[in-house]
Each structure stands twice: as C-alpha cells, then as structure tokens.
Design a protein around this ligand. Structure first.
Ligand code: SRM
Ligand code: SF4
Length: 586
C-alpha cells in the first residue's frame, strides 16, 4: 500500500470554489466576522466554506419573483443540514430538533433523501444557536454539505440480525473516519467566539482531505442484497454487504454513480455505479478511503461541473481505476460476486424486528414534517415520540421509522395518527408511498420549477388514474425534481418529472425500484397540467399488455427496448444518461 497522496495530478487552473477552500484556512474563512456583522447574508466565499459546516445560504425565491430585481432586495436565510449516519437518532434528539425548528427556524423539519434532517429558513442571527443546540444533543452538521464525504447511508431496516447491525455500525465508522478534522467547526459554533479563537490555527489539520478537501461532494451507501432503498447504484461508492451463515463476510464494491446532469450540456450525465470488485468486510473502511482518495487526487478541480467521481471513471475507464485502487490497497481486490436485482422496501406500517419488538414505518410526504390544516404531522409525530420514546431511523425515501416498540405500542401509534389526521400508511396508494420530490421552490437556489409543493397535486391526479385502471396497489415510483440535478434520484424511477422551465417538465420513464436501470427521456417541456395526459396512453398500455406482476418500468423496457444504460454488469456499455438521451417518442 502506498502512503496517502495529495498529488492533485494534472492540475490545471483551479476553480473559484477551490480558491475559496484553499484560502479558508481549513474552513474558517471570515465566518465569525460575517456572523457578527449586520447584514442578513454572508459573502460568496464564506457561503462556499459554510457548506462544509452544514449551512447553505438561500433566499426566498417567491419573494424575488414578486419583489423588485437586484441582490439587495433578496430575503436571505439559511438551510441547516444535520448529518445522521444511517439515519439513526434517539427520541430525545428528535424532540430537541423539533423544538429548535419551532424556536429558531421557519418551523419545519425535513427528512432528506440521504437520511438526514434539514431545517429551513434559519435567519443568520440564529445560525450559531441552531448549530450549537444541534451539537448539544450529540448530533452534528459538520460535513453534511460541502466538498467532503456526505452522509453515509445504510439500509434503514432496524432488524435485529447481525448483518443489519453490522452495516449500520459500518456506516457510522466510515462517517467518523472521514469527518473533517478542522478545529474551525468547534471554534465557530461551539465555543465562546472571538476572531482569535476561531482563527486559532492555520496548521494542516486535515491529514486525509488536505487544504482543499475533495474536488466536490462524495457519497457512500451500504446495503444488503435484500433491499435497495439506499439506491446503491446512485452512490459514488456503494457497498453491498454479502452475508454467509448469518454474518457479513465481505462487500461487493460499486463505484462512480451520480445523478446530476445539466439540460443541453451533452458532456454532463447521470451514471449508474459499476462493479469494482469484492473485498473482505475487514477492509470496507479502507475501500471507501481509497476510492475517496483517488477522487481527491485525480478529480477535476478546474471545472466543478465535471468534478464528480463518475466523470473521472468515464474519462479514464474502469481498468485504470481498478489499477489505481489496487496500487493503494493493502489487500488483493477479488472479483465482484454476481448479484441479481435488489428488491426495494419502504417499510411502511408495522413489522417485527426479530427481537420480540416492532418497528412502525410512517410515510411522510416529501419528508416534510410540519402541520398542515387537515394533517397535523409535526404535532402528531411529537406526541408519538413523547409518549412512546421509540428509537428513530430516517429512510432514504424521506420517511421515518419508529423502532423498538412493544406489542401495545402499535395500536397507540395508529390511534395517535388518527387523532392528528395523519393517514395510516396502509391507507395510502403505492404511488404515494413510493413518490419522492425534492424541496425545489421556494428555498432551493437552483430550482427552475416547483417539485415538493406541487407533487401532492400531481399524485392526486395519478392516483385517480391508477385507480381507474385498477392499478392502485402496483408498486410504482414517481419522482419529481425542480431541476436536473437529481436530488430525489429521478433517473432510476419508473416515472420522473424534471423541471425544465417554470411550470414545464421533462418526462422520463423506464427505471424501476431496484435502481439498476436508467430512464429514457420520453417527452420534453411538458406543461405541468399535461403531465398525466401525456402518460395516460402508456399507463393504459401497461394495464392491457403487461405480463403478470410486471412493473411499469419493466413493461416499458420490454416493449420499447433496453434504452441507454441497462447492463451495468457486463461493462459492454458505460451506463450513462445524457441530457438528450431520448427513448421512443409517444
Ligand atoms: Fe441535492 C444541490 C437538496 C440529495 C444532487 N441539493 C442541492 C442543494 C443544496 C441546492 C444548492 O446547491 O444550492 C439543494 C438544497 C435545497 C433545499 O432548499 O433544501 C439540495 N439534495 C437535496 C435534498 C435535501 C433533496 C431531498 O429531496 O431530500 C437531499 C439532501 C441529501 C443529504 O441529506 O445529504 C439531496 N442531491 C441529492 C441527491 C440524492 C442522493 O444523494 O442520494 C443527489 C443525486 C446524487 C448525486 O449526488 O449525484 C443530489 N444536489 C445534487 C446536485 C448535483 C450534483 C452533481 O453532480 O451535479 C446539486 C448541485 C450542486 O451540487 O451544485 C445539489
Ligand atoms: Fe434544488 Fe434541483 Fe436539487 Fe431540486 S433537484 S433540490 S431543484 S438542486
């Protein structure tokens, strides 16, 4: 094994973001001064550095639309993301976050598509108190955003067997191992600050990351062969732990997944992660460290649009990557073990944990926990957690599992849901259970169109149509994003709507819950009110022509061909979805 390298090979000119990181003195920037200043926002460089602390500067996109033009009139606030490895937290931690949301932010808690929580609409004057209070209950925002290893996901099922326990523990170990080490976080948010204390050290405190951290975000997911709810093929590095006689012996390693693409930029694409090999479980942390280190050393630092592992692998090829990996590894990489399509579970409703206890999966539409006029979701979940004190696991589908419940708790859960007007999971259609939408407008600075806000209406329409066709209970995944960055992982769904311009969407079809297949572009720039009408003929054809049990995406593929990137295992084709990759037109 070679020593850790920081070669930043082939180093052309660095991007603005690289410069901001380099000059930040290990994530300090001038955040302390900016927090103390009278403005409602921070400068561009500090906003960049703040991301690694878990904070995103945003502004009210609705107000900008209706208000006057120009930066000065923007109504700024921050989004704070809490990094929760494997999505596991305690009742006390939940209740503390619930209170912080009410007292210091816009009031909602939002479960993300990576098992985190986000607090939205945090005014600058409340940033320090918000982050400090999160830390007081032993949670952190460090590394939740920014150019570092992001939240490490793991299959959320709280089953009491060794493999499930092992992968949860592994997610936490990888997360700890690759957390930034800079003392800036503590100095800025947790100590009595002064410019001196927060700027205290300029020495190299980042043995792994170095002064400029990674070229961009880096995502890790871990699962078992019986569940793909983490969307393993969308990760920069995905580990599928393979049990033998009840114990995890090793991991299949997949690398180079990613969803983000840009409309009209043919050199950008979504890519499914491809097999690298198999390693003993004892080497799993080393595996992730090496893959991240190759990205650190060779990733594109001049053009952020191409600064993801998937582009590096696409450009240099898997053979180069495997060789580079092996050169750095202390062990021999073994051949990838063949695995079939991974099933998918949303864990809704009551399930046995296998230790005499139960868990109960709540379906939270778009992960948004707040009170709506008819459905008092925030109050209801708080009441549940105050009374039952369960364990909590957030899922990659923006849902929440209450864990460790005894027999008597299940009827109480359902009674409390009923009291607060929250539908029981069993009352929801499959489309509603499996649907995902990103936040988009009004908080996301990159949104082109709405997603979370209109998804409930879109699902109402699809539910009615699916009911008319007698397909209400068929598992189908419909995902929506306000732009092509892919935050709700649209490009592996049965059906995806991706914001193309305000109120218009590209429609993609042909993925499936197993997450191992990319979609085709089916129709472009469809007005929001025509989304259902555009898909109606295809839905009807699915009903009429499908094989027994055949899902929508599978029917589409059988009928219209394999599309761009279906076989990730043969390596015959690089599994990418370019912005213009079109399937058969209607
Ligand atoms: Fe994302 C940027 C929200 C998961 C790909 N994402 C953003 C930002 C921070 C917008 C920004 O840069 O200003 C969004 C904040 C909106 C808001 O108001 O909250 C945002 N992303 C989210 C969340 C909250 C969506 C959700 O519905 O839950 C998810 C937070 C995850 C977390 O807890 O860490 C979220 N983002 C994802 C995923 C899915 C995943 O990781 O499994 C992806 C696709 C996978 C991938 O990374 O390729 C994703 N987000 C992006 C991208 C495109 C990256 C790229 O390679 O081009 C951006 C844009 C960027 O980074 O410049 C982005
Ligand atoms: Fe924002 Fe686009 Fe991500 Fe949606 S997909 S949260 S609009 S960056």
């Amino acid at each position: 094994m070679v020593a850790e390298e920081h070669t930043h090979a082939d180093k052309p000119e660095e991007s603005k973001a690289e410069k901001a990181k380099r000059e930040s003195r290990f994530l300090r920037g001038t955040i302390v001064e900016a927090l103390a200043g009278p403005e409602s926002h921070v400068n561009e460089d500090d906003a960049q550095v703040l991301k690694a602390h878990g904070g995103y500067q945003q502004y009210d996109r609705d107000a900008r639309r209706t208000g006057g033009a120009g930066k000065a009139e923007r109504h700024y606030f921050f989004m704070v993301r809490i990094k929760i490895p494997a999505g596991v937290l305690t009742a006390e931690q939940y209740l503390a976050l619930d209170a912080v949301a009410d007292e210091l932010t816009g009031g909602s808690l939002r479960i993300t598509s990576r098992q985190d929580f986000q607090l939205h609409v945090v005014p600058k004057r409340h940033l320090k108190a918000t982050i400090a209070r999160i830390n007081h209950v032993l949670l952190t925002t460090l590394g939740a955003c920014g150019d570092v290893v992001r939240n490490v996901m793991a299959c959320p099922a709280p089953l009491a067997d060794e493999p499930h326990r092992r992968i949860r523990a592994l997610a936490m170990e990888i997360s700890r191992e690759l957390l930034p080490r800079s003392r800036a976080y503590r100095g800025i948010w947790l100590e009595e600050w002064s410019p001196e204390s927060a700027a205290s050290s300029d020495s190299d405190e980042e043995p792994f990351y170095g002064a400029t951290y990674l070229p961009r975000k880096f995502k890790v997911g871990i699962t078992l062969p019986d569940d793909n709810s983490v969307d393993i093929y969308a990760e920069d590095v995905g580990l599928v732990a393979l049990p033998e006689n009840g114990r995890v012996r090793g991991v299949n390693i997949l690398v180079g997944g990613g969803m983000g693409l840009t409309h009209n930029k043919a050199d950008t694409f979504a890519r499914l992660a491809t097999p690298l090999g198999y390693a003993d479980i004892a080497h799993a942390v080393e595996v992730v460290r090496i893959v991240a280190a190759i990205f650190r050393d060779y990733g594109n630092r001049a053009d952020r649009r191409h600064a993801r592992l998937k582009y590096l692998i696409h450009e240099r090829g898997m053979d180069w990557f495997r060789e580079e990996f092996q050169r750095r590894a202390s062990f021999e990489l073994r051949p990838f073990v063949e695995i079939g399509p991974l099933p998918y579970h949303d864990y809704a409703g009551a399930h046995s944990q296998g230790d005499g206890r139960w868990f109960y999966g709540l379906v939270i539409e778009n992960g948004r926990i707040r009170d709506f006029p008819q459905r008092r979701i925030k109050t209801g979940i708080r009441a549940l957690i105050q009374e039952l004190r369960p364990g909590i696991i957030l899922t990659p589908a923006q849902d929440l599992l209450l864990t460790g419940l005894d027999d008597a708790a299940i009827p109480r859960v359902e009674a409390i849901l009923d009291e607060h007007g929250i539908p029981r999971p069993t009352q929801l259609s499959a489309a509603r259970r499996y649907g995902l939408a990103c936040p988009a407008l009004p908080t996301c600075g990159l949104a082109i169109a709405d997603a979370e806000r209109i998804m409930p209406v879109i699902l109402d329409q699809f539910e009615q149509e699916l009911q008319r066709l007698g397909l209400t209970d068929e598992p189908i995944t419909i995902r929506m994003t306000g732009c092509p960055n892919g935050c709700s992982r649209p490009y592996t769904a049965d059906i995806a709507f991706v914001g193309r311009s305000p109120d218009r969407y590209n429609i993609y079809v042909g993925g499936r819950l197993a997450g191992d297949r990319l979609v085709d572009l089916y129709a472009e720039k469809v007005p929001q009110e025509r989304l259902l009408a555009t898909l109606q003929p295809l839905l009807a054809a699915w009903r009429d022509q499908r094989l027994p049990g055949e899902g929508f995406g599978d029917y589409y593929r059988r009928t219209y061909g394999p599309g761009v990137a279906t076989d990730i295992f043969t390596g015959a084709m690089d599994p990418v979805l370019k912005p213009e990759s079109a399937g058969p037109a209607e």
